[in-house]
Design a protein around this ligand. Structure first.
Ligand SMILES: Nc1ncnc2c1ncn2[C@@H]1O[C@H](COP(=O)(O)OP(=O)(O)OP(=O)(O)O)[C@@H](O)[C@H]1O
Length: 338
């Protein structure tokens, strides 16, 4: 196998609970033992409910969150071996990030051309005239007409703003693009355009991409491989085709799929029992067991390791995987996945 563009190994992130006192500093288990590898030209989708650690994973990839332990390798290079400054320069030049809301991600006082030139100036890319040319090229790459170069973000539509944010993320020709819920703040009418733009750019530029969303339907369409997260842990990884066929094995992935019924038709909606447990004091063993209709006492003993499913690149962490769609009818009651 060729060296992945990025590789995370056994990443743990603990975040101090907001409002804690100096005598009582609880920590959120935002990521527990996360492994992820993304190859050139590959898109990995990350899906899960709010608070499961998707954004934290994205932030580790772009260096905004430093793991408490674990290894981050970029094109084979261990970032932990670099100084803080070297790491920032390396990540800044190799990873682009598109955030959820372009209205807050862009400096509203700067015109588009300055926003796009800024990374080139900071990293000293090319002569001034070449930087101007690169700004024009970037605008064309994301489908922004040249007359918008002097416009301020506030003068643009939401879709145009997100195109600026994507162009900025691509300014330094990164090997990896991380998109964290890139359409959730946009009008439904422009969402498909932005998703298609990302797919097109990924193909044209041979980018590796990590695409984060709570919507498994969108994730599966955008990705080659889908990673399901629950309470800071990766619980299943499956090729997008497996997700499309409804053949995922982890009960939680099945529950997410039943919330978007067009994926599996006809399908009983799965209503999960009880709320998402605290990420400060997660349940012992499998964290999903408190809401899982298939859980037994054994699930509380230890978090299961990965089991390989029949299809290559499909694996899950569950003692009682769903292998027969009829089991879905056994689902119980009380709270629907938001
Ligand atoms: N700055 C922070 N300080 C303390 N806890 C945090 C911080 N940011 C996130 N958390 C907590 O870490 C956990 C993971 O959050 P994260 O934002 O990664 O989840 P998410 O799946 O991306 O959720 P969302 O879809 O709502 O953004 C959650 O329990 C969250 O409350």
């Amino acid at each position: 196998m060729t060296t992945p563009v990025v590789e995370l190994r056994d990443i743990h992130v603990r975040l101090p609970v907001r409002g804690g006192t100096p005598f009582r500093r609880d920590a959120v288990h935002a990521l527990t033992g996360a492994d992820l590898a993304v190859g050139r030209g590959e898109t990995v989708g990350v899906v899960g409910e709010s608070g499961c650690g998707k954004s934290t994973l994205a932030k580790v990839l772009v260096g905004l969150v430093r793991p408490a332990s674990g290894t981050v390798r970029f094109q084979g290079e261990d970032l932990g071996a670099l100084s803080r400054r070297e790491r920032a320069t390396r990540i800044g030049a190799s990873v682009g990030m598109v955030f959820q809301d372009p209205a807050t991600a862009l400096n509203r006082r700067l015109p588009v051309r300055t926003i796009l030139r800024d990374p080139l100036d900071v990293h000293g890319r090319g002569a001034p005239a070449e930087r101007d040319e690169r700004v024009r090229e970037l605008m064309s790459l994301v489908g922004l007409p040249p007359h918008l170069a002097p416009a301020l973000p506030g003068q643009l539509s939401g879709g145009q703003r997100q195109r600026v944010a994507i162009a900025r993320a691509l300014a330094l020709e990164p090997a990896l693009l991380v998109a964290d819920e890139p359409t959730s703040a946009l009008d439904v009418s422009v969402r498909a355009q932005i998703l298609n733009l990302l797919l097109d750019l990924k193909d044209r530029l041979g980018l590796a991409m990590v695409f984060v969303s709570h919507d498994i339907q969108t994730v599966r369409r955008m990705s080659d491989r889908v990673v399901t997260m629950y309470l800071g842990r990766i619980v299943e990884e499956a090729p997008a085709a497996v997700v499309a066929r409804g053949e995922t094995c982890h009960p939680y992935t099945r529950a997410l799929m039943s919330a978007t019924p067009s994926l599996l038709d006809p399908m009983e909606p799965i209503r999960l029992d009880g709320p998402v447990p605290s990420a400060v004091h997660p349940p012992s063993g499998c964290p999903f067991r408190t809401r899982c209709w298939r859980a037994t006492d054994a699930c509380g003993a230890a978090m299961p390791g990965f089991t390989a499913a029949a299809e290559p690149a499909h694996r899950y962490r569950c003692l009682h995987p769903v292998t027969d769609p009829s089991h879905l009818a056994l689902s119980t009651v009380s709270q629907e996945i938001p």
